[in-house]
Design a protein around this ligand. Structure first.
Ligand code: ACO
Length: 181
């Protein structure tokens, strides 16, 4: 069998259907079509795709993983109390990870780790950026292990943050601090 050859690239409009399908398959939350439009058109959202260039059957450019994120002003974020403000006069930003996913057959190969590391590298190159943060549902152990391994810090447990099929679930808020925060 062929060895996967994972390659990372920006998400583009041709990824729309596949991106929607993977979100539907792996997340308990429904995302609106407006969200997917913003992702593939890069409107207010930064994102990266993982593809397997050795995938047979003409699927060598089809998404097998993704991460989507958006910019948030640090002072307007829910973690503004954790940010060190300097001379940037309130222009400090954060990157908030919206969704991260890898299709089941490609899990445990370090793809999610590479995607998140890509976000951290990108954020570290921005002088105004103070960190990367995200919410994760409290029972999602694989994701929680991943964020811990990548040196994110769990700063909060939010009671009943998620509402799924009329049931409330807690969330953890994880932050990766950058540039002295
Ligand atoms: N060989 C073997 N194992 C490896 C390798 C490798 N080359 N590289 C990494 N691993 C291990 C990691 O150490 C890790 O092990 P651990 O669980 O024992 O700590 C494990 O594989 C998983 O790490 P990755 O491979 O980097 O993660 P993966 O690509 O499997 O994706 C994810 C993890 C995204 C959580 C996936 O399970 C998924 O899509 N789940 C469903 C959706 C989801 O929960 N998304 C996150 C929600 S939170 C949010 O979106 C903000």
């Amino acid at each position: 069998s062929r060895r996967p050859s994972i390659y990372y690239r920006p998400i583009n409009p041709n990824d729309l259907d596949r991106l929607e399908k993977i979100h539907r398959d792996i997340f308990p939350i429904k995302y609106e079509s407006e969200f997917f439009q913003s992702v593939v058109n890069g409107v207010g959202i930064v994102s990266w795709a993982a593809v397997d260039r050795n995938r047979p059957g003409g699927y060598s450019d089809e998404l097998i993983g993704f991460v989507t994120a958006k910019f948030v002003l640090a002072k307007e974020s829910e973690i503004d109390d954790l940010i060190c403000y300097g001379s940037s006069q309130g222009e400090e930003t954060l990157i908030y990870i919206l969704t991260l996913g890898v299709v089941e057959t490609y899990r445990n190969h370090g793809i999610a780790m590479s995607l998140i590391n890509g976000v951290i590298r990108y954020a570290s190159g921005l002088s105004s950026c103070r960190g990367v943060y995200l919410h994760v549902i409290a029972y999602n152990n694989p994701a929680i292990r991943l964020y811990n391994k990548l040196m994110f810090r769990c700063v909060r447990r939010l009671n009943g943050f998620y509402l799924i099929k009329r049931q409330h679930f807690d969330a953890f808020l994880f932050v990766y601090f950058i540039n002295g925060s």
